[in-house]
Write a protein that binds this ligand. Structure first.
Ligand code: PLP
Length: 414
């Protein structure tokens, strides 16, 4: 969302928008540099320049394999990011089973899934968007009724980007397999944030993206279980075993590999990150009246907090937070001048007076306790000040006795 306010981009600003993108880890930059400067060969070339790069790509494939617990390194196909991995998964499943015309996904997927599904719907596919129940969980009864022999693909995200909510993909994949249906998961937000052993599940395909886990933008991967049917989205060269044409982005692949290795080795640190997130939520819930955590009733990523402030639109709060040196993002979609709650917030059915005031704070391994303390020290005062100036808030407060934190007007959970 565009803001006319001055944005602090350096020194002292706190970055809590890691679900949008992450800082590239210095270790990742260091691993990549030689592949710009000295090791610039084409990995397909039959000489020493090519061999060195081809070996580095192989190492990266193993590092990504280890991150997600895949059975074999050749199950990893490098792509230009999460969007391409998602598009490839859809394309592969549908084009390799042209007789099956049904797609099952959820109403809260990322546009990288929803937009191609909409296109397939226009081409004659039957597309089912699973709804969420009152607690923010996928309606599994509806799912069980829908999966059948006409289904070409089930695609369900592992973790939601706006709320961090985890979905039961392992259980859902097992049901799909029992009925002979291909299962894909968009794990762009989940990879590197929760332990994974994809080999031990019935998941056939999984998408991930480098820039969500401290690798650069523009690199990602698709896991494709051995023996799965496949049709390439990008045809041309024989790269990636003929499954994705185009000269490999070797420096970025090396970076993704190094980032995957670091994420695998540092999974234990996530508990501490979850502790910071919980402190942020608990303190704000106790100190800000009429504020709720969206999607808090089930399992969530440890780094994500979607907070919604009643009668305080995020397009009012976010620029003020930005000026105070805190970068977060909204759960609202800004289109043609109007700010509407996102499709995810709408699917969750949170009260309209809260939905426009949803702000997502997403942490990373670089977030410190001091960062969180600063948010805790800043946000309650800002919210009070902005509400004080809001006619809607004052009117609602007069009518309902609002204004004290932790009282009856205090809502938690979705
Ligand atoms: N899927 C999810 C859940 C995402 O959050 C994103 C990015 O925000 C994507 C897919 C797209 O990934 P990329 O930006 O690498 O194309």
């Amino acid at each position: 969302m565009a803001s006319t306010e001055e944005s602090p981009t350096t020194g002292g600003a706190i970055y809590l928008d890691n679900n949008a993108t992450t800082r590239v880890a210095p270790e990742v930059v260091e691993a990549m540099l030689p592949f710009f400067l000295d090791q610039y060969g084409n990995p397909s070339s039959q000489h020493s320049f090519g061999d060195i790069v081809s070996q580095a790509v192989k190492t990266a494939r193993r590092q990504v394999q280890r991150l997600i617990g895949a059975g074999a390194e050749d199950e990893i196909i490098f792509t230009s990011g999460g969007t391409e991995a998602d598009a490839t998964a859809l394309h592969a499943a549908l084009r390799s089973q042209p007789e099956r015309r049904k797609i099952i996904t959820t109403a809260v997927e990322h546009p990288a899934i929803l937009a191609p599904c909409e296109q397939y719907r226009k081409e004659g596919y039957e597309v089912h968007l699973l709804a969420l129940d009152g607690s923010g969980q996928i309606d599994l009864d509806a799912y069980r009724r829908l999966v059948d022999e006409r289904t070409a693909l089930v695609s369900v995200m592992w973790a939601n980007n706006e709320t961090g909510r985890l979905f039961p993909v392992t259980e859902m994949a097992a049901l799909a397999r029992a009925r002979g249906v291909v299962f894909h998961t968009d794990a762009v937000q989940a990879a590197g944030k929760i332990p994974m052993a994809v080999e031990e599940t019935a998941i056939d395909m999984l998408s991930l993206s480098g820039h969500k886990l401290h690798a650069p933008k523009g690199i990602g991967a698709l896991y494709l279980r051995r023996g799965s049917r496949f049709r390439p989205l990008l045809r041309g060269g024989r790269q990636e075993n003929g499954r994705r044409a185009g000269t490999e982005n070797a420096p970025a692949i090396v970076g993704l590999g190094r980032a995957a290795e670091m994420a695998t080795d540092r999974l234990a640190e996530l508990a501490a990150m979850g502790g910071l997130r919980d402190r942020l939520e608990q303190t704000l819930l106790a100190n800000v009246p009429n504020c709720m955590v969206v999607g808090a009733e089930g399992a969530r990523l440890p780094n994500t907090s979607a907070l919604a402030f009643e009668h305080l639109p995020s397009e009012v709060l976010l620029p003020r937070l930005n000026r105070a040196g805190i970068a977060a993002s909204s759960g609202a979609a800004c289109s043609s001048g109007s700010v509407e709650p996102s499709h995810v917030l709408r699917a969750l059915g949170i009260p309209p007076s809260y939905a426009r005031g949803a702000v997502r704070f997403s942490l990373s391994r670089y977030t410190t306790a001091a960062d969180i303390e600063r948010v805790i020290a800043t946000l309650p005062g800002l919210v009070a000040e902005l509400r004080e100036r809001s006619f809607v808030w004052r009117e609602a407060a007069d009518g309902q006795g609002m204004g004290s934190a932790g009282g009856d007007g205090h809502v938690s959970g979705s």
